[in-house]
Design a protein around this ligand. Structure first.
Ligand code: 4AD
Ligand code: MG
Length: 431
């Protein structure tokens, strides 16, 4: 008899199969037991009819506790009432591993309790659905950049520099000199773009965020493309094509996870239409002021401000050209507005706020050096980066997408902590 995974049930209707499973929930009467089963690939129901199995098997079905592992044998049938669409009519059950007092019961639990038990909580439907979509977004990221002619170039994780400012660095001892866990691969990707034209990185990123917000992790995953001979306009085109591609891939391949999350595909469908609207920072400030928000020109947007702005649009929206005082040194100066950089943040709709930050990069050696001095950077640490402007400098642009930010929006979650298997936050290092 063939051993299969639940996810492949549709290919085995009316066949007898064997599946390795865990019990998530059950209910039974005198003559029938309904077992809610999972095997990691999907969730479905096993129906055990007393008259069709041995007395021992029926006893086992009625008595086994949650998260008992076993082999189930039976015939696959369609089951229109369930999200999944199939069930198994059980003929045999074989115990593999016992389980007692599993902490994540089918009732509601507090978020801290769930996070303390994340290693077990992962087995539930909601984390399952989110991780399926996370996997789809990861795969589609590789597909997209491959199709667009990029190569993946991995930047170091242990670094000697701080591209995004020095306040949020995780420092570690590197043979008696300080090293920092990477807070962005960008500067290395710039070197890569000048070597290989179009590159991207996709890796863990570390920021010692002391704030407890629903949008900040201390360890998150970032996708950072960087393109040579490219100005900001073309980079924005790539950004919106990329986001639309990700959403379309989730719609095409993740119907079941979306159903489990109760995420309406019709809402997502709206985000596959490009171009996305673009407004300037100046306009965004005015928009906030009109909405009664107390913001002055020169202020950075806080999470509630971004929520307000993105709520004014049906699609993701780009905010262009921020004041220099609130953005990092590597961005290109605006040609006619010396107080601005050529940069953009992409805000997700439905109030989710920034998911992408990007810019054209400063190509001029002297201007870049001046920016770095003004930011108080130790130039000796950045000689290699300045070299990129000495030997054939070219216009280049890039951006960074926070994977968990994008997922939180696509899955319509309340907090980033559910978008990563084992979240790291100011008060959480375990499990
Ligand atoms: O806007 P950020 O800081 O930009 C950069 O790091 C640039 N070097 C990117 C580039 O141009 N190559 O971060 C980029 C994105 C944000 O838009 C957000 O989605 C995500 O990274 N991000 C975080 N995600 C989770 N937790 C945090 N603490 C994050 N900080 C930034
Ligand atoms: Mg940013």
């Amino acid at each position: 008899m063939q051993q299969i995974n639940i996810i492949d049930a549709k290919n085995h209707v009316n066949e007898e199969v064997k599946i390795g499973v865990w019990l998530t929930d059950k209910r039974s009467s005198g003559k029938i037991a309904f077992l809610q089963l999972r095997d990691g690939t999907a969730f479905f129901q096993g129906v055990v009819v007393k008259n069709n199995v041995s007395a021992e098997v029926f006893e086992f079905a009625k008595k086994m506790p949650q998260e008992t592992s076993f082999y189930v044998t039976g015939v696959i049938h369609q089951d229109q009432r369930s999200h999944f669409g199939y069930e198994i009519e059980v003929s045999n059950l074989e115990l593999v591993g016992t389980s007692e007092d599993f902490p994540i019961t089918p009732k509601e639990h507090g978020i801290e309790f769930l996070l303390d038990h994340r290693h077990l909580w992962l087995r539930s439907r909601r984390p399952y659905a989110i991780m399926q979509i996370r996997d789809q977004v990861i795969r589609s990221t590789y597909d997209f950049f491959h199709q667009e002619g990029f190569i993946k170039m991995d930047p170091p994780i242990l670094t000697g520099t701080a591209p995004e400012g020095t306040t949020e660095l995780f420092e570690t001892d590197y043979f008696d000199t300080p090293a920092y866990l990477s807070q962005s691969g960008q500067l290395y990707e710039e070197a890569g773009a000048l070597a290989f034209d179009k590159v991207y990185s996709f890796g863990p990123t570390f920021r010692a965020e002391k704030s407890k917000t629903r949008r900040h992790l201390t360890e998150f995953w970032m996708i950072e493309p960087e393109m040579a001979f490219m100005h900001q306009e073309e980079s924005l085109d790539i950004q919106e094509r990329y986001i639309a591609y990700l959403v379309q891939a989730v719609l095409d391949n993740c119907q079941y996870p979306l159903k489990l999350l109760d995420r309406d595909p019709q809402i997502l469908q709206k985000f596959t239409k490009t171009p996305y609207p673009r407004i300037s920072y100046d306009e965004a400030i005015k928009m906030c002021q009109k909405g009664g928000i107390d913001l002055q020109w020169g202020d950075d947007f806080g999470a509630p401000d971004e929520t307000y702005i993105s709520d004014q649009f049906e699609q993701p929206v780009f905010i262009l050209n921020y004041p220099k005082t609130i953005k990092p040194f590597y961005m290109k100066s605006h040609p006619t507005r010396s107080d601005l950089y050529i940069c953009a943040d992409l805000l997700a709709p439905e109030g989710y706020g920034e998911i992408i930050g990007g810019s054209e990069r400063e190509t001029d050696f002297d201007q870049l050096k001046a920016n770095m001095e003004a930011s108080g950077l130790n130039l000796a640490d950045y000689q290699w980066y300045l070299d990129l402007r000495k030997y054939g400098t070219v216009p280049h642009s890039g951006f960074g997408l926070g994977l968990e930010r994008a997922l939180t929006w696509i899955c319509h979650l309340d907090h980033l902590r559910e978008a990563i298997p084992f979240p790291r936050m100011i008060n959480r290092l375990r499990p």
